[in-house]
Write a protein that binds this ligand. Structure first.
Ligand code: PRX
Length: 606
C-alpha cells in the first residue's frame, strides 16, 4: 500500500512479544568463547535492551538516515546495537571484527558514520584481540583524514567480571576470563561506556516509522576495483525476503533451535542470525568462539547442549573438521539435527558427503544455499525433504527467482549449458544501490548484460536442470567463503617500499577452498628474503585483515604481460599450480619470464 510505513525492529521484536505472545521464548542462547560462558535472552528481554539502547542512540543525536559503524565480536550487544539502529531508522554498517583498523577507517569514511560502537577486547580461541586498540587506531586515521567521529560507545565485554555483571543469567553474559594484559586507552569527550549509558536509559522507545524503501543497512563487500562496495539493503523487501527464505529453506517450525555459525559481520549473519530467525520468532544460538576451541568437537558439543535442529555453516568449516576424522563428531549424539545448511563457496562433493554421512548420520537434508551479500537472501537452494539432492549442486531457484545462463555474447542458453549466472527479474531482497555511488551499482551488476543482474559467478546446468556454481569469473577470490579482490591485495602489497609490482591469483587449498598466491616484483636495491615475506604478510594483515594473509609469496623479477601491459593472471594461475598447459601464450610480451617463474615456484605453504 502506497504511503504505508513499517519498522523492521518492531516486526522482529514488539510484534513477537505483544501480538504473538512470544515474550518468554528464548531469542538467543549465547555461547561464549569458553564453553562455561553462556547466557540466554528472551524476546521480551531483547526488546527491553533494544529500547534502552535506542534511547541511548537517540540521546547521542542519532536520527533516521544517519550511519552508525559497528565493530564488535559475537556478543548479544551486537544484535542489540544493530536492532537499535533499525528501530531509529539509522543505517548500521557492521564491520567484521577480523578486519584491520585501516579497513574500518575506510568503511567509516565511505559512509561518513557519526558514531562507532565497539568492545574492549575478546578471545577468539586462544587468541586475545584488543579490539578497542584497533578501533582507536581507526578513529585516529579518520581524524587525520579530516573526519572526526563524534562518539565511540564501548561494551565492556572481557572486563565484565569487574562490573559484577552477569550474575543473573538473562542480564549479561558472564565472562570468566579476565584480561589483565589488555590496556584500554580512553579518549575523553569521545568514548563512552555502554553499561553506563544504558543504566540511565528508559526501557520504552517508539520506533521510527519507515517507508518500505528506506535504507536499512550498509554492508561492505569486496569490489573488483579494490575499493569495497557499500551494499545497501532496504527495509520492506529485505525483511520479507529473509523471513520467507528462512522459513522455507530451513523448514522452520516454532520448536526449532536454529544455529548459523557465521559471524554477524557478514551478510549470512545479518540475514540468518538476526533478521530472518527473529522475524519468524525463532530460537537461535549465538556463538562467539571457533570450531576448534577448546577442541575440535566444539560444534557438536553445542549442538547437543542446545538440541540444535537446523544447523548452517560454511564448506571451509566442514573441510577443516573433516581432517580430524569422524570420531570427534560421532562421539556426540547430534540426534536433534534435521537440516544441515552450507553457504559461502562451492562445496566439493567429498565434503558434502562427509557432512551428510557423518554429521547428519544420513538422515538430514543438506541445503546448499547459493546467494550473495547483494542478494540479501538465498537464491538457488534445495528445500529440505522436497528437493532430491545432488552433492555439490545448489539445485534450483527459490520461489520467484529467475536464473539464466548466458554465453559471452549475452545469449541465454537452454538445457545443459555452462556460462555466466545471471538473474532475469528482481526479487524482494535485491540490493538497491552502492552507498554514495549509484553509477557503480549499475556498472557492476547491470552493464555487462543489459537487462540482467550479473552475479559474477560461473554456472553449469545439467541434463536434469540442476544448477552447479563453478566459482567466480571475475577478479575476485573466495578464501574460506570470504570474497577478496585481487586488486585490494595487490594494492596492499605495492604500498610496501620494496615492492614495485604485484599480481595475486587464487590457488586451490584443501581447507580454505582457495588461498592467495602472490607474485611480487621488487624495486631495485631490495632483496627477496624470509624477513621481507613476513613484512609483506604483516602489511596485508594491517591493510585488510588476517583473512587476506597469503599462503604463498613468490619473487617475480618479471611478470607475464600482454604487449599492452596487462598482467596475464590466467598464466600466473597455471604457474602457481605447476600446470604447463598454458593455452595460447602468443600475446605474452616476454615469454622468458614464464619459464623463470615456473622454475622458482613456491613449493610449500609459507
Ligand atoms: O561466488 C559465490 C560464493 O560466494 C559469493 C558471494 O559472497 P558474499 O557476498 O561474501 O556472500 C557469501 C554468503 C552469502 C558468490 O558470488 N557462494 C556463496 N554461496 C555459495 C557460493 N558458491 C557456491 N555455492 C554456494 N552455496
Amino acid at each position: 500500500m502506497k504511503g504505508a510505513t513499517t519498522n523492521i525492529c518492531y516486526n522482529v521484536l514488539d510484534r513477537n512479544v505483544h501480538e504473538k505472545k512470544l515474550g518468554d521464548k528464548v531469542a538467543f542462547y549465547w555461547e561464549g568463547n569458553e564453553p562455561e560462558e553462556t547466557t540466554q535472552i528472551t524476546y521480551r528481554e531483547l526488546l527491553v535492551k533494544v529500547c534502552q539502547f535506542s534511547n541511548v542512540l537517540r540521546k547521542q543525536g542519532i536520527r533516521k538516515g544517519d550511519r552508525v559503524a559497528i565493530y564488535m565480536p559475537m556478543i548479544p550487544e551486537l544484535v542489540v546495537a544493530m536492532l537499535s539502529c533499525a528501530r531509529l531508522g539509522a543505517l548500521h554498517s557492521i564491520v567484521f571484527a577480523g578486519f584491520s583498523a585501516e579497513s574500518l577507517c575506510e568503511r567509516i569514511l565511505d559512509s561518513s558514520c557519526s558514531l562507532l560502537i565497539t568492545t574492549d577486547a575478546f578471545y577468539r580461541g586462544e587468541k586475545l584481540v584488543n579490539l578497542k586498540m584497533l578501533a582507536d587506531e581507526a578513529l585516529e586515521k579518520c581524524r587525520e583524514k579530516g573526519f572526526p567521529v563524534r562518539r565511540c560507545i564501548v561494551v565492556k565485554h572481557l572486563g565484565r567480571a569487574e562490573l559484577g555483571m552477569g550474575d543473573s543469567p538473562s542480564q549479561s553474559p558472564p565472562v570468566k576470563r579476565s584480561c589483565p594484559d589488555v590496556q584500554i586507552s580512553w579518549n575523553q569527550g569521545v568514548d563512552l561506556w555502554w553499561h553506563e549509558l544504558v543504566q540511565e536509559a528508559g526501557d520504552e522507545c517508539e520506533p521510527e516509522w519507515c517507508d518500505a524503501e528506506d535504507p536499512l543497512f550498509i554492508l561492505y563487500t569486496s569490489g573488483s576495483t579494490g575499493k569495497p562496495k557499500g551494499v545497501v539493503h532496504t527495509t520492506g523487501g529485505y525483511m520479507l525476503y529473509v523471513a520467507t527464505t528462512f522459513k522455507y529453506v530451513f523448514d522452520f517450525h516454532s520448536e526449532d533451535v536454529f544455529w548459523c555459525t557465521a559471524d554477524i559481520g557478514w551478510i549470512t549473519g545479518h540475514s540468518y542470525i538476526t533478521y530472518g530467525p527473529l522475524a519468524n520468532g525463532a530460537t537461535s544460538v549465538l556463538f562467539e568462539g571457533i570450531p576448534t576451541y577448546p577442541d575440535v568437537g566444539r560444534l557438536w558439543n553445542i549442538v547437543d547442549k542446545y538440541k540444535v535442529t537446523k544447523f548452517y555453516t560454511a564448506p571451509t568449516a566442514i573441510r577443516l573438521l573433516m581432517k580430524f576424522g569422524d570420531e570427534p563428531v560421532t562421539k556426540h549424539s547430534r540426534a536433534s539435527l534435521q537440516v544441515l545448511g552450507t553457504v559461502g563457496e562451492p562445496i566439493n562433493p567429498e565434503a558434502w558427503l562427509w557432512y551428510h554421512r557423518v554429521v547428519g548420520s544420513e538422515r538430514c537434508s543438506i541445503v546448499d544455499t547459493f546467494w550473495q551479500t547483494e542478494t540479501g537472501g538465498h537464491m538457488l537452494t534445495p528445500l529440505p525433504g522436497a528437493t532430491p539432492m545432488k552433492p555439490g549442486s545448489a539445485t534450483f531457484p527459490f520461489f520467484g527467482v529467475a536464473p539464466a545462463i548466458l554465453n559471452e555474447s549475452g545469449e541465454e542458453l537452454e538445457g545443459e549449458a555452462e556460462g555466466y549466472l545471471v538473474f532475469k527479474q528482481p526479487w524482494p531482497g535485491i540490493m538497491r544501490t552502492v552507498y554514495g555511488n549509484h553509477g557503480r551499482f549499475e556498472t557492476t551488476y547491470f552493464k555487462k548484460f543489459p537487462g540482467y543482474y550479473v552475479t559474477g559467478d560461473g554456472c553449469r546446468r545439467d541434463q536434469d536442470g540442476y544448477y552447479w556454481i563453478t566459482g567466480r569469473i571475475d577478479d575476485m577470490l573466495n578464501v574460506s567463503g570470504h570474497l577478496l579482490s585481487t586488486a585490494e591485495v595487490e594494492s596492499a602489497l605495492v604500498e610496501h617500499e620494496a615492492v614495485a609490482e604485484a599480481a595475486v591469483v587464487g590457488h586451490p587449498h584443501p581447507v580454505k577452498g582457495e588461498c592467495l598466491y602472490c607474485f611480487v616484483t621488487l624495486c631495485d636495491g631490495h632483496t627477496f628474503s624470509p624477513t621481507l615475506k613476513e613484512e609483506l604478510k604483516k602489511q596485508i594483515r594491517e591493510k585488510i585483515g588476517p583473512i587476506a594473509t597469503p599462503d604463498y609469496i613468490q619473487n617475480a623479477p618479471g611478470l607475464p604481460k600482454t604487449r599492452s601491459g596487462k598482467i596475464m593472471r590466467r598464466v600466473l594461475r597455471k604457474i602457481a599450480q605447476n600446470d604447463h598447459d598454458l593455452g595460447d601464450t602468443s600475446t605474452v610480451a616476454d615469454p622468458s619470464v614464464i619459464s623463470h617463474l615456473f622454475s622458482h615456484r613456491c613449493l610449500v605453504t609459507q
